[in-house]
Design a protein around this ligand. Sequence first.
Ligand SMILES: Nc1ncnc2c1ncn2[C@@H]1O[C@H](COP(=O)(O)OP(=O)(O)O)[C@@H](O)[C@H]1O
Ligand SMILES: [Mg+2]
Length: 342
Amino acid sequence: MGILTLSDLAVAYGGETVVHGLNLDVSEGELVSLLGPSGAGKTTILKAVAGLVAPARGDIRIDGRSVRGRPPEKRSAVMVFQNPLLFPFMNVAQNVGFGLRMQGVASEEARSRIRNILELTGLTGLEERRVNEISGGQQQRVALARALVLKPSILLLDEPLSNLDANLRQQMRDLIQDIQSETRITTLLVTHDQSEALMISHRIGLLLNGRLRQVGTPKDVFQRPVGRDVAEFFGGCNFFTGRIRQAAFGCELGSFPAPDTHANGQRLTATIRPEDILIGAGSEYPISGRVRKTSFEGAATRLWVDCGAVSLVILTPHSGLAPGQSVRLRLPAEKIRIFPPE
Ligand SMILES: Nc1ncnc2c1ncn2[C@@H]1O[C@H](COP(=O)(O)OP(=O)(O)O)[C@@H](O)[C@H]1O
Ligand SMILES: [Mg+2]
């Protein structure tokens, strides 16, 4: 099994609340990422689940049973820390087997479990190596193996890729994804890196200032942010205001079909992602603008375009545009996201 339920979870340090009333369900076999900037409370949440900090309020259930007050070793939730400390005087196999020894698992069974986990994490052949004789990426895998060998219901990974360089990061990301889908271990992963979360997760919980702001599939949170703060976190930068009247959103950039909502007539903020704005010619490109600045980013070019009172940022594969040039733009209505009133 492996079902994690956080209800109304709050955590405080010395009277200061850093996690506020969190509700989150992680289903069996699911990989959910907690994504948020540094200081948002991500590590604190993992520690609360692992039993390393006591919640101020709320409940944590694993497989339907509250684990409040239960010590870490009796929770079946194992945390892999951002800077995992391995035992330097032990070899790889001894490090991986340490928890099993503590649990009193018979040596025959322990040996076979260690062998299987070393194979799963690509460490076969390194059993006898001291952990200070292996690379940083291999050490990270030892830390992962050390957690997995305990067969926890819930795996808690705190920024497992942040200490690795770009190449190793991709390898480790693939490894985590492969292991997770092979073992179907319920996983709560923490990261500050949006692309990492988008690539690896079944669902993402976006954490801002200790509050879960939006939970959804990677596409949900990226394409359908619930508010400006969420859009900004994912690099959104085009915000404009308007009003919905008679099933159309009217703003300085034109009028766009929009669902009739209870927010009729109210001033609302809308956004469109830089890569969703189209540049072209002809009457289907009704907005005229002038390029103010360009920045070549390799696969795409970023343009800052002034359109009357509104300034838009556009990411386009066209690299031939220069400051001062006139362009015509189209904002596909289906790509415009109108935020509900605050
Ligand atoms: N042991 C602690 N004592 C006091 N404050 C802490 C402690 N650990 C973390 N904090 C504070 O709690 C907030 C959330 O921290 P943390 O959970 O580590 O965030 P994240 O992992 O998202 O970077 C931060 O403001 C941090 O300074
Ligand atoms: Mg942290």
